[in-house]
Design a protein around this ligand. Sequence first.
Ligand code: GLA
Length: 739
Amino acid sequence: MIHFDPATRTFNLLLAASVYAMRVDDEGRLLHLSWGPRPAGAPADAPLTGPGFEIFTRHDELPLTLRYEFSTFGDSALQEVGLKAQFQSLPQQMAPGEAPHLPIRDVRLRYAGHEIVLDAEPGLAPTHGQPTAVASPRETLRLRLSDPVQPLEVTLCYRLTPEHDIIERWVEVVNTGSEAIEVETLAFATLHFPNGTNELTSVSGWWIREFIAARERLPAGVRSIEQKTVQTGHYTNPFFLLNRPGQAWEETGDVYFGALAFSGAWRIAFEQLHTLDVRCQAGYNPFDFGLTLAAGERHVTPAVVLGVSPEGWGGASRRLHAFALERVLPMPSDGPAFRPVLYNSWEATYFDLTLEGQTALARKAAALGVELFCVDDGWFGGRRDDHAGLGDWRVSPDVFPTGLDPLIDEVHRLGMQFGLWVEPEMVNPDSDLYRAHPDWVLHFAGRPRTESRYQLLLDFGRPEVVGHIYTLLHDLLERHAIDFIKWDMNRYATEPGSVAGQAIWRQHTAGVYAVMDRLRRAFPHLQIESCASGGGRIDLGILGRTDQVWTSDNTDAFDRIRIQEGYSLAYPARAMEAWVTHPISHQTGLPSPLSLRFDVAMRGGLGIGSNLNELSEAELADYASYIAFYKRLRPVVQGGRLYRLQRVEEYGASVIAYVAPDRRTAVYSAAVASYLQGWLRPPAPLRGLDPNAVYRVVDRHGVEVYRASGFELMMTGIPGDAARGASSSRTLLLEATDQ
Ligand code: GLA
């Protein structure tokens, strides 16, 4: 609920368990008042309207400590800002003798009005028209601020999802004058946290080591997480969890969280003042940022998704998961209820594709219970290895002399869906596309074009390039009965010269989103996986137009435990594609038992990437049994609430539970990554069960291994995790019984 008190000009955003408040002061400045969980016993509809002592004490000094709801460069040039702009002139009379010092770089925002609407959308919101699981309208507060001198209007937008304590924030900037305004910095929001909220949890990584979580104390000054690329990136990911040190844990304490719905160059900068006030600017990366607002032009930024959990980091993750499941992921009403079990041939055959080989794999996969068969790289143009062919999205007669349809038909006959790999933003210099259009790539005239994996990035600042890619993909999907595409993206930008200039950092993402949205509109049953050399493009923006993401190219089950745990801090299991591959990992060269590979992969959307031709009949039977078990677990894994019972960083083992919303079923999953704890691992009491229900605990073979009440399970856990060796992991299904 949005509450406005006209007497004190105070705005309250009242959510299920939290309150966010701000106020207009006597000078028209919009100042942040408070944000946090509602104290126990306080009525849910009670707004803050009191004097708000803290924010009004320092008006007579430099506005260093003022908590501007959106900070701008000018009077507060000493600190990080959410908006910096240049004006070409002063649209008012100057005092005698005053020089204008053009351009003028001073923005001050003053309250100009507000409205509450139901249909507001942030920038780059999906346009594919497909519904989300929950589509009820949400209230948005639009708070209009304007500069008293310059023709600039800024609207701060707050869209509420009260049941998850989530506020999406974004800004709209409008040039109401007749001269262009240069915007040099633009955040989606400025955030203020309670004083001393300075322990940050974020992830960092690289190819095959994505999502490694770390917790740190913010320094005095600025600590930023950011990516200077045209995709979300591997080095870090645009989300954070923040709490007072020592005052939050996995299931207790107040944890603030945020995640960007944007896949371009981004930055989330935390600034801790000498007062221990912590603020944050979240949005476009100011590095090489440029936005020219022509006369009358409006720019709407994407959103940052924000919230606070009174139930620790786990509660923060569950709120983000629920938000993504209900409000972000497209869920066509006649689409699959759950993500299908996938087979992908990449690690089995790499570029060695033939109709016979793929058909043989497809038959074996179908016999195991696989539901979606995906052909990876190498099926098109001159793509016999990674040196050539990107850009030529035509089925290669060298690989499939009779075309792709015989394979597609066979896959469909076997009762599976058919998927295909594409990498639409790329071109190899050795391709027909590049030979025809050498100017269609990012580059600066007269400068080298640095190749990475022998490829260059297409210039999505050119509408004709985006149009061309759309047409090629549209034709491919129209000609063949393709149900799923794996949309890959395998290099970072260098020499970012584009016809769009500095806008390329945003326009590349806008172009990718637009092509995906148009394809989804044209082919309502098409499913899309986002991949970027593994987990390089995972964020709430891409999740709005995809069905799943490829978490990492690292399919070593031991490494995967840690990667998936980091992913789970922000993103839901339903979208987390996880494959079972070979006994000796192709990435690490290390062995892992089949049980661990399945137990870890069954924590997300299960995929198989092994070479099925290398498996014995007994092993194939084992695969089939795991896949059948996964199908029983799947509704809980993909739609349940995640509880991290033991984290790998602390225990050397990761123990998690997914609990169905009605608490009648749950999945318990333990995976030991190392024996640093010795063999005497502590039990992991469960969470989130119905204390009064009695649960049957069954294994993959349907054998009841334990039976206890929810109360007992949440006090003591399930016995039997402490063993070593073959049972270093296990997955169990809990079902409430009536006895
Ligand atoms: C990237 C992807 C892999 C695979 C290859 C194909 O590395 O992450 O899964 O598709 O490209 O070239």
